[in-house]
Design a protein around this ligand. Sequence first.
Ligand code: 4AD
Ligand code: MG
Length: 460
Amino acid sequence: MKRSKIFQLLQSDGPQERILIKGWVKTKRDSKGFSFIEVNDGSSLTSIQVIADESLKNYNEIKKLSTGSAITATGRLEESPGKGQKWEIHADDVETINLAPDSYPLQKKRHSDEFLRTIAHLRPRTNKYGATFRIRSDLSYAIHRFFRERHFHYIHTPIITASDCEGAGEMFMVTTLDPANPPRADEKVDYSQDFFGRQANLTVSGQLEAEMFALALGDVYTFGPTFRAENSNTRRHAAEFWMVEPEMAFCDLSGDMDLGEEMVKYLTAFALEECKSDLELFARFVDKNLLKTLENIVSSDFVRLPYREAINILEKAKRKFDYEVGFGKDLQSEHEQYLTEEHFKKPVIVHDYPITIKPFYMRVSDDHETVAAMDVLVPGIGEIIGGSQREERLDVLESRMDDMGLDKEVYWWYLDSRRFGSVPHSGFGLGFERFLMLITGIKNIRDVMPFPRTPSNIEF
Ligand code: 4AD
Ligand code: MG
């Protein structure tokens, strides 16, 4: 007999003669001659009630079922007289697959996020984390659907690379050399004897490789893990996170901003529509304003604000910031949040940042003071997208790299793309976890990742 998933049963439009479910006991309550067992199989937030009566041959065993135990139940799907549930199962067979001991850490009570991080291997079994990771799955699908509908091609860019896209040097090294006794040449470690014959690292972004494919296939995107060895312990930084990176040929900064706005709205609308019951949990227990915030994102035009104007607004703000504001200083999260949460109260795209604070690949503007960069800022998070129009002019790119002290030999292939068929092109990176924080209202990036990696934390 084929197993039914509980979310399907909950949508049933009539009683069903015989069904089989497999899942875990959330709670159990006994009354005279009956056991009421709440069973969840992970397919939805809502559990289904299984009713076992004393006529079942193993009723004594059923009475011992505890929270976290695994069972199968077979029986009839019947309309439930109980409040808040449409269907229940009248079981004629209940089998125990695994009886959870009393020491099961997830008894029926609310646990703090901090505690649950220490049992990250068990936390997807809670309502809140189950919902989080179903939404994460649904939105991964939505990302592919968004791009497929727009005829973008999905590119798998490498995870191990020899370049530093962002130029910030925040990379994890990949090596097979013996750290205690590496080969040396001229006092330095000799990486020519390392696995790849040179220094290698985990990628911080798939952009440079994605650009090569945009210049061949037109519109492309990547969606995969990226790594940053930033030693910053904040609620919105992780050492390993997933990034969505579209890259479009024949596209300028304004087209890039259009796509960023369209994508954020599309994914938000998708979540509101397709993840309704899971989202309700967050709207009830995590952020009372969540649905309003999300609806506001879908319906509002994102503000487009030149960096210079952003600085003006911040300088005039009747508020004290911890970090200094001024042309040439990067926006800190407190500034980003002021702009999007307090001043405009909706998403803001800041563009045309100073050249001095941005990576080498961004297109230099005519004023030579700014580059064609853009960041999308959203309430509650700050920066969620970082992108730019890329420098397509070989001579300008080379001189920028020289100015920044980059080794052009390492990037010979990147420069080659500007020698042959170079065209204006643009793209951006959306931090997938930050987006999930926006959608769920969860305040810490550690709680939207299955097994988060942050400084001093790699237990699981
Ligand atoms: O702004 P970033 O550094 O941009 C890039 O990496 C470009 N190469 C992207 C591109 O143009 N193709 O990162 C992009 C986004 C940020 O806006 C943020 O949402 C997220 O990635 N991000 C992080 N998310 C979690 N933890 C971190 N340490 C992150 N660093 C960046
Ligand atoms: Mg950025």
